[in-house]
Design a protein. Structure first.
Length: 664
């Protein structure tokens, strides 16, 4: 029986459909964009993690990236640009931000070991401090106003704070997809309007390191159609619903902010799904509970939260793979994060007029890691799946192009825009576990519980992408180290031998099959691919650290291969993989098929790993840049364009052919 109830929730009855209302459009935020910009203009650096040069050019040509095509036509572009070694996200972004190579920034990998700690203690580079000042700090020192939104290395808690900073916080709870057990709601004031008796359910939300929260969910029947069809859902962390609750229609997105002690922002987005006609089959999907860091002048944090809400989760690939959410829902979730980063960045640009704005979009990298299926040797490869996965990656580039378009629309005549990426991406078919090899060689020992026994272990590997840093448990350098310094080079030799003796006996694909599918692309002869096996000489380079010459070439592959990353954070031995191989975490066998389909970290000279560089705006010449560039040239060019002193620590040089009025 339907019964009408009155409610103070009337204004929440008809929120917009998918994601509408969660984020404002650029037009709504900035109705007079150009007029709002500062007279001096803003130098904007927009980084798309993992954007491959060849893919971007392909999508410009086929019309997928129409905004980038417009930018390229009016601005400047590079066709010959390389990133640093290793070609990893943290290392590459630190070099973009500083103009210095990894041996100066200290970002030798995405994860590394600090000397003086236990051998297995590692540091996530994304929460570490860049060892030389990045643009947002150095330009601030030289009197400019700077802003950084999500840009790797810009964590405001790590000494390198911009004037306006927004960065990733913690994940307090992973995503979930759980059934909802409804029962008739008890009377409470206020009560949402419903034409059938409201139903209620509860869920306990366990938060890492925080007090658990109970979520109270009320289902209402908002349509006066004489049927019991519950189509509106309200969620609150207050049983009395005394605060305005989160609201969403059936199978529509809602957002749930949370008040968490010690967090600038926190929350999750959610969707109530129901496959039946009653609430018995109702389930709640929610993203991870994420927090964010927001630092700036008084009132800045409150301003961002009021306008844009909490810092959202960036993606949930496991939920898509488990079937919790559809591909469409997965892309909507990614777009929600992308739009949040874009809108907060452009708001800072317009409202606070910084001289420098650097912000970050991660989704191309995320999609390519999961779906770059182009090599017949990759697990699950077939033409149909490869085509489907290619459409996923294309969608990510299209979303990136929308970000570019909105950023260009928000620019004034005095603004400048650099579109950059940290690296490209190459297909992966096999995973090597360096710690398995160390264990097999007796260099790494485990205790009865399977944990590393530091009292007997002489070496430990930290892997990222297609490289691994191997650290020796040296006395006097590592906490409780056991290797006598006199034995240092002998242990290095043992490590090197362990990796030189690896053989891959699997028959991944016949030479004929490889040539049939990609006869122009595969290095069948030069990289030693054969029908029966691949030896260490064809897929690994092993590099030794020395005091006088940090990295000495140990094993020549098909050509010279060296590493440039020497720093106290770097390993005593570095192992670098050839195309198709990934360095993974612990495994029970030497080499196994890779679950990850795309990766990076290897030789930046490989065309698949080439990044992008496009420039547009005031004082930017148009046309192709006819010189070879490196990502370390970006920061010196910014200093030159903004009239600032170029710091002595930079390794790059200003791109003179980019700037109007500069001699060729």
């Amino acid at each position: 029986m339907n019964c009408k109830r009155t409610s103070v929730f009337t204004s929440l009855r008809h929120p917009g459909k998918i994601m509408a209302g969660l984020l404002l459009t650029a037009a709504a935020l900035f109705p007079q964009n150009a007029a709002a910009s500062s007279d001096n203009g803003t130098m904007i650096i927009l980084s798309f993690d993992g954007m491959r040069h060849d893919f971007a050019e392909k999508y410009i040509e086929d019309g997928t990236m129409r905004h980038l095509k417009k930018l390229k036509k009016k601005g400047a572009y590079a066709e010959d640009i390389t990133t640093v070694s290793p070609s990893l996200t943290a290392a590459s972004h630190a070099s973009i931000a500083t103009g210095a190579k990894p041996e100066k920034t200290g970002f030798v990998s995405n994860e590394f070991h600090y000397r003086g700690r236990k051998l297995t203690d590692t540091k996530d580079a994304f929460s570490a401090t860049i060892k030389v000042p990045p643009l947002w700090k150095e330009m601030k020192r030289q009197g400019k106003t700077t802003a950084a939104v999500g840009f790797p290395g810009s964590n405001p808690e790590q000494e390198n704070e911009a004037d306006y900073s927004i960065y990733y916080g913690d994940v307090l709870a992973e995503s979930a997809y759980v059934p909802l057990h409804f029962q008739p709601a008890t009377q409470r004031q206020p009560m949402p309007e419903s034409f059938s008796r409201p139903q209620e359910a509860q869920l306990k939300l366990k938060l890492k390191g925080k007090k658990d929260t109970v979520l109270h969910i009320v289902a209402v029947d908002s349509s006066n159609n004489h049927k019991k069809d519950y189509d509106r859902f309200y969620i609150s962390d207050n049983p009395a619903f005394s605060n305005t609750p989160a609201a969403a229609g059936l199978n529509q997105w809602g957002k749930m902010p949370l008040q968490i002690n010690g967090a600038d922002t926190a929350g999750f987005i959610f969707k109530v799904k129901n496959s039946g006609k009653t609430l018995k089959s109702a389930k709640l999907y929610r993203t991870a509970v994420t927090t964010g860091l927001i630092k700036g002048p008084d009132g800045f944090k409150e301003e961002i939260i009021q306008r844009f809400g909490f810092f959202p989760d960036q993606d949930d690939l496991p939920a898509f793979q488990k079937g919790w959410i559809s591909r469409k829902e997965y892309e909507e979730m990614n777009k929600n994060f992308s739009d949040w980063m874009l809108k907060t960045s452009l708001f800072i640009q317009q409202a606070h007029k910084p001289d420098l704005l650097m912000f970050y979009e991660p989704h191309i990298d995320l999609e390519e890691h999961a779906f770059l299926l182009t090599d017949p040797r990759q697990p699950g490869y077939n033409q149909k799946t490869s085509k489907t996965y290619a459409s996923y990656i294309r969608s990510a580039y299209k979303q990136a192009d929308e970000v570019i378009g909105q950023t260009m629309a928000a620019m004034s005549a005095n603004d400048r825009l650099f579109i950059v990426s940290d690296h490209g991406m190459e297909p992966i078919h096999s995973r090597l576990s360096p710690n398995y090899e160390l264990k097999k060689a007796g260099l790494l020992q485990l205790n009865e519980k399977g944990a590393v026994d530091l009292s007997r272990s002489r070496a430990y590997a930290v892997a990222s992408g297609s490289i691994a840093h191997i650290y020796i448990n040296l006395k006097g350098r590592e906490k409780n180290g056991i290797v006598n310094p006199k034995e240092y080079e002998n242990v290095q030799d043992e490590i090197i031998r362990a990796f030189q003796e690896i053989k891959d006996e699997r028959k991944l694909a016949s030479r004929r099959e490889l040539l049939k599918h990609h006869w122009k692309e595969w290095y069948a002869g030069s990289h030693g691919w054969t029908e029966t096996k691949e030896t260490a000489g064809s897929f690994l380079a092993v590099l030794r650290a020395k005091e006088e010459n940090p990295y000495e070439e140990i094993k020549a592959l098909d050509r010279k291969q060296t590493a440039s990353t020497h720093h106290p954070n770097a390993g005593d031995v570095v192992v670098a993989a050839a195309p198709g191989y990934l360095m993974g975490k612990d495994a029970e066998q030497s080499i196994e098929p890779s679950e990850e389909l795309g990766s990076h970290g290897g030789d930046p000279a490989r065309k698949e790993l080439a990044p992008v560089f496009y420039a547009y705006g005031k004082d930017i010449r148009s046309g192709k840049i006819h010189t070879s560039l490196s990502t370390v040239d970006i920061a010196p060019t910014v200093y030159k364009l903004t009239g600032l002193e170029i710091p002595a620590f930079t390794d790059g040089k200003p791109i003179k052919k980019l700037i109007k009025g500069q001699a060729d």
